[in-house]
Design a protein around this ligand. Sequence first.
Ligand SMILES: Nc1ncnc2c1ncn2[C@@H]1O[C@H](COP(=O)(O)OP(=O)(O)OP(=O)(O)O)[C@@H](O)[C@H]1O
Ligand SMILES: [Mg+2]
Length: 408
Amino acid sequence: MSLEPFSRDDPIFRDEDVLRDSHQPETLRERDRELEEYQSALKPVIKGARPRNIFIYGQTGVGKTIATTMIMERLQIDQREYDGLDVEVVQVVCKNLKNSYQAAVKLVNQFRDSENKIPMTGYPPDSVYGFLWEHLREVDATHVLFVLDEVDSIGSDDQILYQLPRANDNGNVPVDETKVGVVGISNKFTFRDNLSARVKDSLCDEEIHFPPYNADQLRNILSQRAERAFLDGVLSEDVVPLAAAMAGQESGSARQGLKLLYKAGDLARKNDDQRVTEEHVREAEPKVKESQVRNELESIPTQSHLTLYSLLLLERQDQLPAKSSEIYDVYEIIAERADASVKTARTIRDRLSQLKLKGFLDTEEYNEGSQGGSYYLYEFGDIRPDVVEEVLQSVDRLEELFHADDTP
Ligand SMILES: Nc1ncnc2c1ncn2[C@@H]1O[C@H](COP(=O)(O)OP(=O)(O)OP(=O)(O)O)[C@@H](O)[C@H]1O
Ligand SMILES: [Mg+2]
């Protein structure tokens, strides 16, 4: 077959990058209250006072990161108006960082050039914190604001969230030289609740909630992006409202709405269709959903992966639905094989409930008659076992299990 020349012709998109996550819109629509609260929480900084620590929370795709980026940029511009003020913002994404230690290393490295970075393992924790205080004492700024995005990744080891907000109080960084503040961002509601009391106390001076968007708000947000992303006249009238309605009902996430728009446009382009229509959005929906499920599946903790893997083995032997005790018997064997710590049956029952909450698993209640009790039987929910299998195969820790003999 002879190759067609690469061509820049695109009948659908003017600039598809506008629909990407990394694109920054000029204004944030439908977030007036949140932006106002955010700015007011940062007011002490612009006045030269000690920052209040801020905790931002809300589900995925509701504008927490984009709002933070825009506010911090604005803060850095506006501060120039004031003498004797020099605010430095250190923004890190904690995704993939498993604990406070790794977060501390990442922060230290923000102050170092590429030749002097320290590795993710090896130094005693005290030295890592020592480096951090040293850098903060050396930095030539009146304020350093640490933005820890997706901070829930660090899990229950919240040492860093105790240390950082207290850097001034503990005398690690003299307050008259540099004032330290922390902004923590999380999309897991349970994360805040599970923080130790001492951390909650210092980290959550101000809490700002970003609620999910409804369909009307999403329509407004998506139109702004669609206008720039698509060529004039390409979008049928019902495309944005439908994408907004779907995302509004499902998740309230602007990210999901943007993905629907992008996928719909992409399908139209692949089909050589002249316009993007409602049908393209409907066709896009299961595809977007599947890729979201995959992402979510990848990001759950190891013990949940092991639990799902146990169900997968039972499924292969036609033994689903199964009781939690049966799942646990398989789990014990494979947790050991994976060289993971073997948790109690109770912990695994909790994992099963969480997986059910996320829609990965379904249950049916089983009654043993008047004498026996009732219990749940678990099976896969909204997700196909072959998708689970594919994702689990790509998880580092589990990869080897797939190559080993699968019969428990
Ligand atoms: N009000 C808005 N106006 C325009 N675009 C928005 C708005 N809210 C969110 N977006 C867009 O939606 C996408 C997701 O937003 P963002 O990354 O800020 O979500 P998030 O709350 O940080 O989600 P996560 O918890 O998954 O990190 C981005 O592309 C962002 O530009
Ligand atoms: Mg974010």
